[in-house]
Design a protein around this ligand. Structure first.
Ligand code: GLY
Length: 568
């Protein structure tokens, strides 16, 4: 017999689950993000009559306060937007290399030196310190999205983030652990102090954490829009901070930064349409190539999670990532990228035909045509009552980016320069890529793997999906989409199902430790695959739309400690 208290607890958990849970149903609108306070901010904007773009802008600013691991105003990202008429577009607010950047800026006598990163681990220097910071794009991107497609006044969208920063919020478990780690281990003063209270003590689990300097920066952005970040007080302090601390970003870099609206990458899988991010993200091109390859497989005869299944996935991933390494980079600097060919069904057929279902191919850094990085990025998915949909992924590159920032401004700078190819001409079996399209040049955008995606059916959004995870992003988005479209899984099941990752080089399969059986692993090893375990891959945030019953199904990945799908 359950006691009265147990019943009460059960009721409480049930009532809470109606508001925010890993899997949520709603009819009028929904936001699924890595942080429940931010999802709530977005839904409140929808309830006030804002559209999906308005809710996304508000959610992105709120995440910059409540999910500082990756939510940001000091980084960059991408929006894929489909409006209720089926018009689809994207906004590129990827960071850019500063004007003073050069192809060999991280090299010492031709070598890429190593240093110690924020987490006390050895890392190459292109991810460390102020030189690793790309010119931030987030504020420009959100502002452009709002100017072109938003509905509510801009200040209303920034205000909730200001209030969260000013009034503070209870520090969740995940952030309290980070706070302790940085205060004890970091040699960057900004990070050591980042989670401190006014009295100098560290904010503990469930204590209120306030960010007054960030609130002031956000107030400038609320009052002056794009210019509140790229001109005036904030820009001056960024430039001054860079100058005093060995960075190379100047006022001119900030003034010149613009977000860019670009046509999406479009593909199909059976009767579904896939809309995703074009270069400078590699996400859309590689995703469509992967889906084209899988369309050629007889999936009815391949059991999900079987040896055959994992082998096939690894082989298609190997080929698509080799193409990524060979061809992709900022499209404004690579005018002849063969995108149409890479995403064509004919090209997929050629790639598919040389897969041997009995043995692993061998990745070879000198033969592209043959066929890890840490990350902290965050994704959210939004839909409004009219059916406008947003898929937004943005990032600081690593968790807490460069870990550096001005104490007067209260936000963290990215370390996105680490996404450029660091050593010209050196492509190695360890995973270094040295091809031309993604070498550092002034004002170039570094190649990304972020893959915010909208899958449509009959011209309407059917699945809105994305994830963090560095180069693993494309593969985890790909498998989640495949799980829904080919294996008929509901979005929450598709997100939590086993994922693998192969990125051509290094030549190995990463797999989720608890989700692949020892027998399957042995069988794959017998086919010459090398397997490496990971605790998890991806932190997907998705919305699936039941187009027949007009119901929204939202799911945040169980890998996410603070994620929430909230609808109304
Ligand atoms: N920073 C991760 C990416 O852009 O792919």
């Amino acid at each position: 017999m359950k006691t009265f208290t147990q019943h009460l607890l059960f009721l409480l958990v049930f009532l809470l689950s109606l508001d925010a849970s890993a899997q949520t149903y709603a009819r009028n609108g929904m936001v699924v993000s890595s942080n429940k306070m931010a999802s709530k901010v977005g839904v409140e904007i929808l309830k006030k009559g804002g559209n999906a773009i308005d809710a996304s802008v508000a959610t992105a600013f709120a995440l910059a306060v409540t999910h500082p691991t990756a939510g940001n105003i000091g980084g960059g990202g991408f929006i894929v937007f489909m409006d209720s008429s089926g018009m689809t577009t994207t906004i590129d607010f990827r960071e850019k290399a500063p004007l003073k950047a050069t192809a060999d800026m991280f090299l010492d006598d031709g070598n890429l030196p190593k240093g110690i990163n924020l987490y006390g681990r050895e890392s190459t220097v292109n991810h460390i310190g102020l030189k690793s910071v790309g010119v931030p794009g987030t504020v420009a991107g959100l502002y452009m999205a709002h100017q072109k497609y938003g509905k509510l006044p801009w200040p209303i969208l920034v205000q909730p983030a200001i209030e969260l920063a000013e009034n503070g919020f209870e520090l969740p478990w995940s952030l309290s652990r980070t706070a302790k780690f940085f205060s004890e281990n970091s040699n960057i003063q900004f990070l050591k102090d980042y989670f401190r209270k006014d009295n100098g003590e560290l904010t503990e689990f469930r204590e209120i954490w306030k960010q007054p300097e960030l609130a002031s920066t956000l107030t400038e952005i609320r009052d002056h829009g794009h210019d509140g970040f790229y001109k005036g007080k904030v820009a001056e302090e960024i430039a001054q901070f860079m100058k005093e601390n060995g960075g190379i970003i100047t006022k001119e870099d900030l003034e010149k930064y613009r977000a860019i609206e670009r046509a999406p990458i479009k593909g199909t899988y059976e009767d579904y349409e896939i809309f995703s991010m074009p270069p400078p993200s590699s996400g859309g091109v590689v995703l469509v190539e992967l889906m084209n390859l899988m369309e050629l497989a007889d999936l009815d005869s391949i059991e999900f999670n079987s040896t055959e299944y994992v082998h096939l996935l690894a082989e298609v991933m190997r080929r698509a990532y080799a193409d990524r390494a060979e061809h992709l980079g900022d499209p404004d600097f690579n005018l002849d990228t063969p995108i149409d060919r890479l995403i064509s069904k004919e090209f997929a057929k050629k790639r598919f035909d040389n897969i041997d279902m009995n043995i692993a191919s061998v990745s070879d850094s000198t033969r592209f045509g043959q066929m890890y990085d840490g990350s902290s990025t965050t994704h959210f998915s939004v839909i409004d009552k009219d059916g406008n949909a947003v898929s937004l992924t943005y990032t600081l590159e690593h968790g807490y980016g460069s870990g550096m920032g001005s104490s007067k401004l209260g936000f963290i700078f990215n370390n996105e320069m680490g996404d450029f190819n660091p050593i010209p001409d050196l492509t190695s079996n360890t995973g270094l890529i040295g091809t031309d399209p993604n070498l550092i040049e002034p004002e170039k955008r570094m190649l990304s793997s972020m893959t915010p995606t909208i899958v449509a059916k009959d011209g309407k959004p059917y699945l809105i999906i994305g994830t963090p995870g560095g180069r693993t992003i494309i593969n985890t988005v790909f498998q989640t989409i495949l799980n829904v479209l080919a294996y008929d899984m509901r979005v929450d099941k598709a997100i939590d199902a086993m994922k693998i990752h192969h990125q051509w080089l290094p030549d190995r399969i990463l797999y989720e430790r608890h989700l692949l059986s020892p027998d399957t692993r042995k069988a794959l090893e017998a086919m010459n695959h090398k397997l490496v375990a990971r605790n998890s891959l991806g932190e997907l945030m998705g919305i699936q739309i039941d187009l027949i019953n007009n119901v929204l199904i939202g799911a945040s990945d169980s890998n996410s400690s603070e994620g929430a799908a909230i609808g109304y």
